[in-house]
Every structure is written in structure tokens, then in C-alpha cells.
Design a protein around this ligand. Structure first.
Ligand SMILES: Nc1ncnc2c1ncn2[C@@H]1O[C@H](COP(=O)(O)OP(=O)(O)O)[C@@H](O)[C@H]1O
Ligand SMILES: O=c1ccn([C@@H]2O[C@H](COP(=O)(O)OP(=O)(O)O)[C@@H](O)[C@H]2O)c(=O)[nH]1
Length: 303
């Protein structure tokens, strides 16, 4: 098997860590696989548990007794061991996973003939879900909303990542790509096995790492529908949606955070695809049907 570590363009690779390049192929494993769970456990530890205090700190605060020569030696040894252990703990992956990851190739799971993906991007409340629903009603598309998949996983009984997802969504942050891409990849595979080939991937990718990883290991996208909408319009729509959506993040505080994340983290993704001439911009501050007319034209031209 060839040892291709990454085909990411150098400029992008330079911005990401080497460990990122090694990490990517974990996503080929099913949601229940050992590798995925190991990765998720690492994520949970990183986000929700402070590393335990080194024993050294407690030892120093205890005054040594007179015949404490041996104890001091023991404490010193423990301090060294603890420091080494905590250093190792901070390192993400156990070595065995890194080695396993390097061995896996990075050919996308599907060709662009097998699976046609349109990324649907735009700020929160821009109307992505509304337009996707209309496309599904009129055309042969599978609509995969990354947010819906994450919310379903969050609500799934026994999910090991439910709490983690809830935290990220409420804070308006982007859930680690390992989770989202795994969910999308599984959904695409399931639908492809039933003969479905056209996919609207709604609200994804929202971060550069997701964009690169998905195209490298799942399938390159055909093009991007980008819903361009003023924040004031999105805010009004989200607050209205919040009255009935039951979503944890359709409230003023979360919305503010989501806008910030969109500008800082997701707009660079739109710009990245725009440089590849893959973005069709849709002005969405119009009626649903007017927006839809533009969307249909774009689909006819680009798919
Ligand atoms: N063109 C539009 N004009 C007015 N309201 C809209 C329009 N498009 C969507 N909405 C409403 O705005 C809210 C957000 O739309 P939604 O499709 O859920 O956005 P997104 O998926 O981008 O977060 C929904 O309540 C929806 O009914
Ligand atoms: O690829 C994704 C898509 C969504 N989210 C999270 O899910 C939330 C809701 O996304 P969704 O697309 O459902 O709603 P929108 O904010 O576009 O209305 C986002 O704010 C993120 O916290 C994420 O982490 N990664």
C-alpha cells in the first residue's frame, strides 16, 4: 500500500499541523470502530476534563517530616513520573493510532461521477434549509444538513459525543471535523447504496479543515451555493424561527456567537472555493420563491 500522507496543496498544509495530515484517514472507520471511539474519547478528555493536578504540587505544599529523606526521594520520583505522564497525556494520539493512520491511503471514497455534491453555505438563518427542502421536492436530491445530523447524534440515546456536540452548538462553535465528516460519510454511503447520487450538503464545510478533509477522503464537491444575506435579516429570521424551532442555539446570545464564527471561520471557506471558481452567490434577501428561481438556474448551469 502506498504511503501517501497528504495531497493538500502546500500553502494549506503549511497552515495546518503535520498531525492534521496524519489524522484524516480515521474517518474511514465506521462510527462504532475502535479508532473513532479512541478519537472521540480524546476529544472528550480535551474539552471536558482538566488534566489532573500533578502530584508534585500537592507534595510541595506538605511540610517534610524530619526523617523524610526517603519520602522526599519518593515524592521527587513521583513528580518526575507524573510530569512525564501528564506530558504524554497532552499529546493527542497514542502512537499506535498515528502509525495506523499513516498506512491508510487518501483516495476519495467516491468519484465525482459516482457522487455529485453541492455544498450549501451561508450564515445562520440565510435560508439554506428552506431552499434545500424546495430542491428536494422538485429534483432528485438527498438533503444532508450537517446541523441536523449533529443534532440527531446529540439526541441519540447512548451517544458518546452527545454532550460534546451540545456544548459546541450552544457556543456557536464548529464541532470537531472527525464527528461531522463521519456522520456525513455514513449518510452518503447509505444513500449511494440505494442508488442516490445527488447530494445537497447543507451548512458544511464551515471550517477550512473540514473543506479539505471532506474533499480529500469522501468526494470533491461540484460547486458551492452561497447564500449571501445581511446579518440584520438573518437575525430577524432566526429570532422568529426560535419561537418554534426548539433549538438550543436560536437565542440572541448563541446567535451572536454563531455570526462571529461564521465571519471568522466559515467565510474563509467560501473564499477558498471562490478562488477555485466554484462559488455561485445567491442574494437571499428576497422572497423564498425569488431566491429559489436563482437557485434552480444555478443548478441547471453547474451540475
Ligand atoms: N427568503 C426568505 N424570506 C423570508 N424568510 C425566510 C426566507 N428563507 C427562509 N426564511 C425563514 O427564515 C428562517 C431561517 O431559514 P432556514 O432555511 O432555516 O435558514 P438556515 O438553514 O440557513 O439556517 C426560517 O424560519 C425560514 O422559514
Ligand atoms: O459542519 C457543521 C455544521 C454545523 N455545526 C454546528 O451546528 C450549528 C447549527 O448549524 P445549522 O447548519 O443547523 O444551522 P444554521 O446556523 O446554519 O442555522 C452550528 O452553529 C455549529 O455549532 C458544526 O459544528 N459543523
Amino acid at each position: 500500500m502506498s504511503f501517501i500522507i497528504s495531497s493538500v496543496p502546500c500553502t494549506i498544509l503549511a497552515r495546518s499541523s503535520t498531525r492534521y495530515a496524519l489524522r484524516v484517514p480515521l474517518l474511514f472507520r465506521p462510527l462504532t470502530s475502535r479508532g473513532f471511539h479512541a478519537k472521540v474519547k480524546i476529544l472528550q478528555k480535551k474539552k471536558f476534563h482538566e488534566p489532573s493536578k500533578p502530584i508534585r504540587a500537592e507534595a510541595v505544599s506538605t511540610p517534610p517530616s524530619r526523617n523524610s529523606g526517603k519520602s522526599l526521594l519518593l515524592v521527587a520520583s513521583l513528580a518526575i513520573v507524573t510530569t512525564i505522564a501528564s506530558f504524554l497525556y497532552q499529546k493527542d494520539e497514542p502512537q499506535e493510532f498515528i502509525e495506523e493512520e499513516i498506512k491508510m491511503s487518501q483516495t476519495p471514497e467516491f468519484t465525482t461521477e459516482q457522487v455529485k455534491v453541492i455544498f450549501v453555505l451561508g450564515g445562520p438563518g440565510a435560508g439554506k434549509g428552506t431552499q434545500c427542502a424546495k430542491l428536494v421536492a422538485d429534483h432528485d436530491f438527498v438533503h444532508l444538513s450537517a446541523g441536523d445530523l449533529l443534532r440527531a447524534e446529540q439526541a441519540r440515546e447512548g451517544s458518546e459525543v452527545g454532550a460534546l456536540i451540545k456544548h459546541y452548538i450552544t457556543e456557536g462553535l464548529i464541532v470537531p471535523q472527525e464527528i461531522t465528516i463521519q456522520l456525513l460519510n455514513t449518510a452518503i454511503k447509505e444513500n449511494y447504496s440505494k442508488g442516490r447520487q445527488n447530494f445537497l450538503i447543507d451548512g458544511f464545510p464551515r471550517k477550512m479543515d473540514q473543506a479539505i478533509t471532506f474533499e480529500e477522503i469522501v468526494v470533491p464537491s461540484r460547486f458551492v451555493l452561497f447564500f449571501d444575506c445581511p446579518e440584520s435579516v438573518m437575525l430577524e429570521r432566526l429570532l422568529e424561527r426560535g419561537k418554534t424551532s426548539g433549538r438550543d442555539d436560536d437565542n440572541a446570545e448563541s446567535i451572536k456567537k454563531r455570526f462571529k464564527t461564521f465571519e471568522e471561520t466559515s467565510m474563509p471557506v467560501v473564499e477558498y472555493f471562490a478562488k477555485q471558481d466554484k462559488v455561485v452567490k445567491i442574494v437571499c434577501d428576497k422572497s423564498v420563491n425569488e431566491v429559489y428561481a436563482e437557485v434552480e438556474t444555478a443548478i441547471e448551469k453547474r451540475l
